[in-house]
Design a protein around this ligand. Structure first.
Ligand code: NAP
Length: 377
């Protein structure tokens, strides 16, 4: 159906969202028109624009001045018909820290989605101001921060404290500033270590009470990200993915016939990275309300010793190979960070948002079965 463009007078303005084509004719000499824009054309953003020929037959625009009589640039005359238009690319998502446990799971979660870019530390170092300056943020809608300084005990040393604050707080502040300036959604990962563990179960709104340096930096990072208008703080616990982690260590010990002493007075739930990645995607895809969400696997809370015994059993060894010890006994004489005794996260909020993570026991079985061959040394 032909389309007759409306005439505008000085009392009117039109809002044109990103991706909606627009063109106009001035019908009288000395007409002035004004654009208020949120972006300017630039050579490096050329791939971000798309054009339609003004004479396109399917758009069938009834131009008040026939195009044959209108003043048109050669460039405008050469624009394609609708069938040949290259669609406007969606804004991109950038995953930083993409070679960590969670980063690798996000790579799998978004496999094949060309709108998601992954940057390891060598491709985007959060500690480098140039990394922020060099990126054209106009092309992005979302940043997922899977990077962190995660060496809990090393963070208690003077070099570790500096490095932990640099990555988990100073760099996160730079990321938050970038998100605010460019209207990005920022997804950031928090930790059960922001709590002292005095409460048996932690809701999102619990006051932050971190014990050690790592927990303090994670708590400070949460406070920073909470001022970004579009943010998801995804708080997780006891992360298990592709990399060195407790389950791998236990499976390796089991394969070598070691009978370990394992802490039996810290309680929590494992969080498998494939489920954290799926939960993050769920929040983004459903446009869940911005804010903080707990996200771990579900099921009965367990101690580390319970989990170790499960790993031994799944590896065909006796549960009784694992001896429970208290945190105090285990860390006696060692330079270790204080740890919360209760790390169980209340999952009601993310469940109400429509995401149900499987029970940790289900994922543990799959994980040990799929990786047992790797522990046969
Ligand atoms: N692991 C847990 O049990 C646990 C529990 C609760 C919450 N969390 C949180 O979950 C998130 C993901 O943890 P994860 O287990 O996947 O951690 P991870 O395996 O240690 O990965 C962290 C990644 O961040 C990268 N990174 C460190 N500093 C960086 C920088 N300045 N710039 C860019 N990248 C940098 C690391 O690169 P390099 O390898 O080069 O250092 C690494 O690839 C973190 O926010 C963590 O605090 C973890």
């Amino acid at each position: 159906m032909p389309f007759s463009p409306p005439s505008l007078d000085p009392s009117q303005a039109i809002f044109i969202p990103r991706g909606v084509g627009n063109a106009f004719q001035t019908l009288e000499d000395t007409t002035a028109y004004t654009y208020l824009v949120n972006d300017h054309w630039s050579a490096d953003a050329q791939g971000q624009y798309t054009f339609l020929n003004l004479a396109d037959e399917t758009a069938a625009i009834e131009w008040p001045i026939p195009l044959s009589e209108a003043e048109l640039s050669d460039k405008d005359k050469a624009h394609p018909r609708l069938a040949d238009v290259v669609p406007m690319p969606p804004k991109k998502t950038l995953v930083v820290g993409a070679n960590g446990q969670l980063g690798k799971a996000l790579r799998k979660q978004y496999d094949g989605d060309t709108s998601v870019e992954f940057a390891s530390r060598s491709e985007f170092d959060l500690g480098s101001p140039d990394a922020f300056k060099d990126r054209n943020w106009k092309n992005y809608s979302t940043v997922i921060n899977a990077a962190a300084y995660t060496a809990v005990d090393a963070a208690e040393t003077s070099e570790g404290r500096e490095a932990a604050w640099a990555t988990n707080v100073t760099a996160v502040a730079q990321l938050a500033r970038t998100a605010i300036e460019h209207d990005l959604t920022l997804v950031h990962i928090s930790s059960d270590y922001v709590f002292d563990g005095a409460k048996e179960i932690h809701a999102e709104a619990e006051a932050l009470t971190p014990l050690g340096v790592y927990g303090q930096t994670k708590a400070a990072g949460d406070a920073v990200v909470s001022v970004v208008p579009r943010h998801y703080i995804v708080r997780t616990s006891w992360v298990i993915g592709e990399g060195n982690n407790f389950v791998r260590t236990m499976a390796s010990l089991a394969s070598r016939g070691v009978e370990p002493s394992v802490v039996s007075d810290q309680f929590g739930r494992l969080s498998f990275t494939e489920d954290i990645a799926a939960g993050i995607r769920h929040l983004l895809d459903t446009g869940a309300q911005y804010g903080t969400y707990n996200l771990s696997n579900d099921g009965e809370p367990q101690s580390w010793a319970d989990i170790a015994a499960d790993v031994y059993e799944l590896s065909g060894k006796s549960r009784s190979s694992v001896t429970g010890v208290s945190t105090k006994e285990y860390f006696d004489g060692k330079d270790a960070a204080p740890r919360p005794l209760n790390s169980v996260l209340d999952l009601s909020k993310i469940k109400a948002a429509g995401f149900d993570a499987p029970a940790a026991a289900v994922r543990l079985t799959e994980y040990v079965n799929s990786t047992t061959s790797g522990f046969s040394e």
